[in-house]
Design a protein around this ligand. Structure first.
Ligand code: NAD
Length: 277
């Protein structure tokens, strides 16, 4: 029987993007988890700097490139919170080296997901890809999809911190996709005159308008607005702190080895809205 208290039974975790905002938070969460061990930290722009410089003390780990020395640390799972190019190359490395991947980096395209499906065949390694690891956000998407057939208008407003480089958020796109799967009956957009280009947002899956706000002080927030005759329903989720993503990330680290191939979305791991690719 495995005993998570024993070093040899712990899940060995490498963190990609370890010097970043999410990466440092993941490092702390892994260090606090009794059944996990942080064995490697990857962040090429900060090569050879101690992890300690980024506020994660006491590991003795130094930031490195993905490659032989990471392999030598024998990670079971690598967690990626980098950028789109980093996620593409790191996930390829994971698949080729038999390391399960938990990918939180957003902005992956449909083509990227197809590539991942080819790479993570369930034989050597699996992957969990989730644009949002906050359990409340996943519930927001699920509830929006349940409610959608009872409404004729739907719009999504996503609000993030001032450093987010992709828009709209992966969560907003996925929410629109989920809503479009359960309802296609929308009243047409009445706008005939666009006084300001983009005022009605971008059209997401199902033609659902998505509006992106970038504001200093915010972390990650989203509101789904659903309207019908004489009433509306707002479903809102707020992540006030990056620790909000950690229960979901830790769940994915624990579960990825049991999920052959590529699993998209935390909801599959939570037992609803299964969407394996
Ligand atoms: P950040 O810029 O603070 O951190 C990214 C880190 O990755 C940086 O330290 C950078 O040096 C490093 N990096 C760049 N290229 C790399 C590579 N090839 N290999 C390893 N490291 C590399 O960004 P952040 O706020 O931490 O966000 C990272 C990603 O996570 C973004 O795509 C963001 O949208 C996403 N995100 C996802 C969730 C979720 O729940 N899935 C939540 C928050 C953020």
């Amino acid at each position: 029987m495995s005993d998570p208290g024993r070093t040899e039974d712990r899940i060995r975790v490498a963190v990609m993007g370890a010097a970043g905002r999410m990466g440092t938070t993941v490092c702390r969460a892994v260090l606090d988890a009794p059944d996990m061990e942080l064995v490697a930290v990857v962040d090429p722009p900060h090569l050879d700097e101690p992890l300690e410089n980024f506020g994660v003390a006491g590991t003795g780990l130094t930031l490195e490139m993905v490659g032989p020395s990471v392999k030598k640390a024998e990670p079971h799972v690598a967690v990626d919170f980098t950028n789109i190019d980093g996620a593409r190359s790191n996930s390829r490395w994971c698949a080729l080296n038999g390391v399960h991947a938990v990918i939180g980096t957003t902005g992956l395209t449909e083509g990227d997901v197809q590539d991942l499906t080819g790479l993570f065949d369930g034989e050597r390694a699996n992957a969990v890809v989730a644009p949002n690891f906050a359990i409340g956000a996943v519930l927001m998407m699920h509830l929006a999809a349940i409610a959608a057939p009872w409404f004729e208008s739907a719009e999504i407003i996503e609000l993030h911190h001032e450093n987010k480089i992709d828009a709209p958020s992966g969560t907003a796109m996925l929410t629109a996709e989920r809503i479009a799967e359960t309802s296609t009956e929308w009243v047409p957009d009445p706008t005939q005159k666009h006084v300001l280009e983009g005022a009605r947002g971008g059209k997401g899956p199902g033609g659902i308008p998505i509006h992106s706000v970038r504001l200093r002080g915010l972390v990650a927030h989203q509101e789904v607005l659903l309207g019908t005759t004489g009433q509306s329903l707002s479903i809102r989720h707020d992540s006030y702190d990056r620790t909000s993503f950690m229960p979901g990330v830790l769940l994915a680290i624990r579960e990825v080895r049991n999920r052959p191939g590529v699993t998209i979305g935390l909801d599959t791991l939570l037992g609803f809205g299964a969407q394996p690719v």
